[in-house]
Each structure stands twice: as C-alpha cells, then as structure tokens.
Design a protein around this ligand. Sequence first.
Ligand code: ACO
Length: 218
Amino acid sequence: MTTQVQRYTVHPGWPAKLGPLQVPGGVVTLRPIRLRDGGAWSRLRTADRDHLQPWEPAGVETWEYRHHIANWPALWSSLKSEARKGHMIPMVIEVDGQFAGQITVGNIVRGALRSGWIGYWVTKGRVGQGVATAALALGLDHCFGAVGLHRVEATVRPENHASQAVLRHVGFREEGLLKRYLNVDGEWRDHQLVAITVEELQTSVVQRLINEGRANHA
Ligand code: ACO
C-alpha cells in the first residue's frame, strides 16, 4: 500500500507578482514589500501626512516618528513573518515601476471561514487616475484565486468618498455600520463594513474593469 502525502503550503499566494494592468495613471503592478522600500515608504508617507492621516489607524508615536526610515526594517520583517505564516499578504503598488502605495490583505483565516480584510493607500501625486481601483482588482482576484479565500471584507469611514468609490468599482457591497470601530486621527470613528464573496463574481474583477473601460491589459 502506498501512502499519499498531500503537499500544501502554509502561505498560498505568497509571494506573488500581480499585473500588469493599464489605467490612466500608468501601468499598475503589485509585488511583495522589500527591505529596500524603506526610503520611498518613508519619503512618501511623511510628505503625504495630510492625505493619509484622516483615514488610517492612529498610533502612539507622532506621524513623523512612525514613518522614519529607521522603522521600516522592523515593520518589513514583522509583515514578512506574518506573510510566511499565511496570515497576511503585504504588497507594494507600483505605477510604471515606481513605488506608489501599498495594498495589504490581513487577518487571513482559513478552515470554515477562509476570509481576510483588504486595505490600501496611494500616494497623493498618483490619485484620481485609477491606480487604487486597479490594485484592488488585482488583489481581489489573487485572494479568490491563488490565496483561496471565500470572503474578503474592508472597512471604510463614511466620509472617505474616494475609497468608497474604489470599493464600489470592484463590486464590494455594504454589510453595515460599525459604531466607533477604529481610532483614527485621535477619535473612535464609525466605519462601513463592506464585503464580497466568491459567489458574487460573474467574471474576474480585472475583467470587470476591462469590460467597463476602466482598465486594459498592459
Ligand atoms: N467624492 C466622491 N468620489 C471621489 C472623491 C470624492 N471626494 N474623490 C475621488 N473620488 C472618486 C474618483 O472620481 C474615482 O472614481 P471614478 O474612477 O469613478 O472617477 C475614485 O474616487 C478613485 O478611484 P482611483 O483613482 O482608482 O483611486 P486612487 O488611486 O485615487 O486612490 C485612495 C483612492 C486609495 C482612497 C487614495 O485617495 C488614498 O490613498 N487615500 C488616503 C488613504 C485611504 O483613504 N486609504 C483607504 C482607506 S479604506 C480601506 O483601505 C478599505
């Protein structure tokens, strides 16, 4: 009798390179975070404080301190460690090969849940050109493909109209309002919970964008 050993990975879908996808802002690709991203990460996030801070979880230290380049190696290391355990997928959004933001799938739970959340930011100089929508489409297709998730959720402040538009473009639907959910910018802020499950996809999310004229194969 032969014993069959089932091969599996504890971190399906990690690491991966996703895209390219053409949008008005350029060619969007996603790739794993790197140690050498520290300079771009620190420079963009420090300069973009007013653009990012109203929507992101508050921290104990000042914005400038938290985004000093010296903090990147520890952050990179802890995100990569979570990725290797299969809990997280931390990616950089590139536009025409340049660091333009980040997209992260977090709290990946398997078993009977097979779900995770997704969050993202795009640097101020690149907004309004379809970059986040393209990144989210690539990320979602990956979640429902190689990562093997059944449900992806996101939380967004009701005041964040740009992010709500991005979530709508890729097919998220509203599930409810989470009262005083997250400390953002010094206050406990309500957040809308939105979600999508694999059964809701009529086609890939990237194909949906292409069909709607929002993106093209690069
Ligand atoms: N009111 C309504 N719609 C708006 C507004 C507004 N004030 N501002 C922009 N939009 C629309 C745009 O018109 C566009 O829709 P369209 O394509 O139909 O014209 C859409 O919002 C933006 O789409 P993209 O261009 O794909 O998105 P962009 O690359 O500009 O990134 C993002 C959007 C990620 C919200 C960016 O502005 C950002 O990083 N903001 C700060 C951080 C943030 O809010 N992150 C998201 C937190 S919530 C979450 O992660 C689930």
